[in-house]
Design a protein around this ligand. Structure first.
Ligand SMILES: [Zn+2]
Length: 672
């Protein structure tokens, strides 16, 4: 970690003046649709797309439908939430192959494309208000829909859709520059305010870079990273934006903690990262490195970033809230870091966030999510008030009122994005890489030979993965397999192959033919991880194991949604509870726990009833120093209420001190 970095006496405006040279990435993503979900991932995605909130989101929030693109009514909720939803849903529909979901997604996409103007404009803003993103948030709204269209292009191969996105993007790019800043308000705008409400520009608009990155990958056109560099420099030098954590001047100093809106911080991570590779100049490399070093300080035990709207330098306490949007955007940025840097630690971080924080903030039937959740969660109530943010975020809902149901739309994206990122092409050796695990099937061409690899496993509920090959004809290539840091002893069984080892990976090379298999066995020893408050969390593999607490879902306003079967709930404990008496003994073998398979567990819906649990013996000090109690822990993702942190035996109050960044200097608006 760089402790400090002196960028210079002023911000270097490199974007409009010169451009760098690209740096090679470690892995190339495969087109969307190359990786199909199987097993529990397919079952969950299919249920979500047909019966769950994902399949009914537009019925729950009719204003977010494609009507906004057709009428160009400027609806900001349609731009963000409708856009995020269709981006996730179009992937869900094709990845599961469900005809009803495909029809629904296709109708939306066709409406958006059909509403394109003759000049190529795709968006939901009336002509006289276009290309003033600093006032309307237009770049943000365009970016979400364009991602959905690009996914649709890769899923269907319809070249017309790519052409339409290229045309619309080039049009937008042509409208901004030194004379029309996306992020600096004019003096008059600053005086009157955006929408008369505040004077801040929507920092989400920086995420137009997501579109530029994808189009650069597809076309190699340098105009895209050049415009991305312009956007980032313009954003970085603005005092008018609503969030500043990822500005170059904030990232140039490791003493500035993440402080502003969490979703912004974690989605913005991808911007300097993309530029560090596509542009290659030093300020971007420094910014990317420091940004990912900073976010690590705020990763809560379930793997998401601390964010009860703001990061606010929050410590990653077990009961620290995180937002669903933050989890999705963090996972997406970590997937991008894994792809570009080739550092496998980012794969470990993705799995932690997706299997714990994300699964632990939704109901197994896919009908509700929590806007805010936490690893330790003794109750989840609508009335739970968060300083600066207010209430209404902890209940379970298919579409929260706060944030315009942002989290519901983002919850639709997380598993489709995860699925797409599981497999990538290795730039180094031209082979395939299994970078994130789970039941799946990848289809691609290697040296012109069609290859399918089925990944047979119930991971993360199994320590064994079997890769089964189908090839049109024998073809030699390396298969790279990520070895998570937590894996312990790892055994690869692949008859007739050469196996080599590097940091975090094993590479298995062979002339593959149909019927060949590679079996991977991870030991996955039980881990005890010290939390910042001195408690200990218990994990095994990517899963955080917690003490589930008996609870009931109590329906709130039953008239709220007109769609049958969709309600909001408080989750209340059946009995009052505290864990203060329970102690983990770190000197015990495996912290006193061992894995047990639950024969009643569900392979299809493991988050409803986990097929695995940890059974162990803990001290219960409230009953005397020598009293031992048998305790069963289950994956965080399979619980509604839970306790993730336990006292450590012998009790050590040294750890109970408040968190503050060393030499913390909180940035204020307008750092120079
Ligand atoms: Zn949200």
């Amino acid at each position: 970690m760089r402790k400090s970095f002196v960028l210079g006496c002023c911000i270097v405006f490199t974007g409009m003046l010169s451009h760098g040279a690209p740096v090679s990435v470690a892995y190339e993503p495969l087109p969307v649709g190359s990786v199909e979900p199987e097993g529990w991932i397919r079952a969950q995605m299919t249920n979500d797309a047909v019966n769950g909130m994902a399949g009914h989101f537009i019925e729950l929030r009719p204003n977010y439908g494609s009507v906004s693109w057709v009428t160009k009514n400027g609806n900001a909720g349609a731009g963000e939430m409708g856009g995020n939803w269709i981006d996730g849903f179009v992937r869900m529909a094709w990845l599961t192959g469900n005809p009803v979901a495909k029809k629904k997604a296709e109708d939306f996409v066709k409406d958006v494309l059909g509403a394109a103007d003759p000049d190529g404009y795709i968006g939901n803003i009336k002509p006289e208000k276009r290309f003033q993103s600093r006032m309307t948030g237009e770049l943000w709204m365009q970016s979400r829909t364009y991602l959905a269209l690009l996914a649709y292009y890769e899923l269907t191969g319809d070249k017309k859709v790519l052409d339409a996105v290229v045309k619309a993007t080039k049009l937008t790019m042509s409208k901004y520059g030194p004379d029309n800043s996306p992020f600096h308000l004019t003096p008059e705008e600053r005086a009157t305010g955006r929408k008369g409400r505040d004077r801040l520009v929507n920092g989400h608009c920086l995420m137009f870079v997501d579109v530029l990155e994808w189009l650069y990958r597809l076309t190699g056109d340098r105009a895209y990273p050049e415009f991305a560099s312009f956007l980032y420099e313009d954003y970085s030098s603005s005092d008018d934006v609503d969030t500043m954590d990822i500005q170059l001047r904030s990232l140039s100093n490791m003493k500035y903690p993440f402080f502003w809106h969490g979703v912004h911080a974690v989605e913005h991570l991808r911007v300097p990262l993309f530029l560090a590779y596509a542009d290659g100049r030093e300020p971007y490399r420094m910014a990317a490195e420091n940004a990912f070093a900073k976010v690590k300080k705020h990763i809560t035990p379930g793997g998401s970033c601390a964010s009860d709207e703001g990061v606010m330098d929050h410590a990653p306490l077990p009961d620290q809230p995180y937002e669903y949007c933050t989890t999705t955007e963090l996972a997406t940025s970590l997937e991008s870091a894994l792809q570009k840097t080739g550092k496998m630690k980012y794969g470990d971080m993705v799995e932690r966030a997706v299997f714990n924080a994300a699964q632990g903030a939704r109901t197994p039937d896919g009908k509700c999510i929590a806007y805010l959740s936490s690893a330790t969660l003794p109750e989840a109530l609508e009335s739970h008030d968060i300083p600066y943010a207010g209430a209404h975020r902890h209940k379970l809902s298919p579409a929260h009122d706060v944030g315009g149901a942002c989290c519901s739309a983002n919850a639709v994206k997380i598993m489709p994005y995860y699925t797409c990122a599981m497999w990538m092409k290795s730039v180094r050796d031209g082979g395939l890489a299994a970078l994130l695990f789970g039941p799946s099937k990848v289809h691609t061409d290697i040296q012109g030979v069609p290859v399918t690899i089925e990944e047979k496993t119930s991971y993360p509920f199994s320590d064994t993965i079997t890769f089964q090959f189908t090839t049109k004809k024998p073809v030699k290539f390396p298969l790279t397999i990520r070895v998570p840091k937590w894996a312990g002893k790892t055994t690869i069984t692949a008859p007739g192959s050469e196996v080599s080892e590097a940091e975090g990976i094993r590479t298995v090379t062979k002339t593959w033919q149909t019927g060949d298999t590679v079996r991977v066995d991870f030991e996955n020893p039980v881990r005890g991880e010290k939390l910042v408050n001195g408690e200990m969390a218990i994990s095994r593999g990517p899963l955080l194991f917690v003490r589930s607490w008996p609870s009931k879902m109590v329906p709130l306003d039953t008239q709220k949604f007109s769609v049958p079967g969709f309600l909001e709930y408080n989750v209340v404990p059946n009995i009052a509870y505290n864990t203060t008496g329970l102690f983990v003994d770190p000197s015990a073998k495996d912290f006193g726990f061992s894995l047990r398979r639950n024969p009643k567990g569900s392979e299809e819906n493991p988050w409803a009833l986990s097929p695995v649990e940890l059974v162990g013996v803990m001290r219960n000090a409230t009953r005397g120093d020598d009293y031992r109690q048998t305790v069963t822990l289950v994956p965080m993702g399979a619980t509604l209420l839970r306790f993730a942190g336990f006292n450590v035996w012998p009790f050590d109050d040294e750890y109970f001190k408040p968190h503050q960044s060393p030499d913390c200097v909180l940035p204020t608006q307008g750092i120079k």
